[in-house]
Design a protein around this ligand. Sequence first.
Ligand code: GTP
Ligand code: MG
Length: 192
Amino acid sequence: MKITTAEFVKSAFAPEHWTTDGLPEIAFLGRSNVGKSSLLNSLLQRKGLARTSNTPGRTQSLNFFLINRKLYFVDLPGYGYAKVSKSMRGDWGKMAESYLARRDELALSIQLVDSRHPPTTLDIQLHEWLTHHDKPSLIVATKADKLSSNELKKNLENIGKVFINREVISYSSVTGRGRDEVWQAITAAIEN
Ligand code: GTP
Ligand code: MG
């Protein structure tokens, strides 16, 4: 898709702040620091549109970005960051789950896992939740540039053993690897 406009619209801390114009939405999900905001910027080729950081837990709200006045990207907070308080962790679950469960506009959930590591328990739980609730999803393995091609191949095989019968797209927001495949999935999802 050719990106003509990409703009930050709002940060939502509660359902009443979600957008109301009914456009389809693509959600970015995954543990803290996995590269959600970087993937979003890389897909849009807009550096710094979504804030990225070395400090895990940076994104604390649902952040809506309007693309080509036609769809939204929704950057969700990361899960599994141990240093946020217990009540914050509870809030993540509630905020994300109510969004994922209730949002009719949600056309595709892009679930990110780190290509360098086996999926975590929370990654697997999220995947099972999405599958159980018939939510269309796409698995993207991030930070592929940090591995040699042999290591990447081996790790993708192992990730594939966890998410059975699912395509896993490897991605690098540094090189843009995987960009076309992810866009294809997004385009197919919003046309449905
Ligand atoms: P939270 O908002 O805290 O949940 O994090 P996030 O998932 O949005 O991660 P973010 O995009 O902020 O990236 C975290 C760190 O990983 C940053 O330092 C990024 O520069 C780095 N990073 C993300 N994707 C890639 C990638 O594909 N390759 C490399 N080398 N670094 C990456
Ligand atoms: Mg982020």
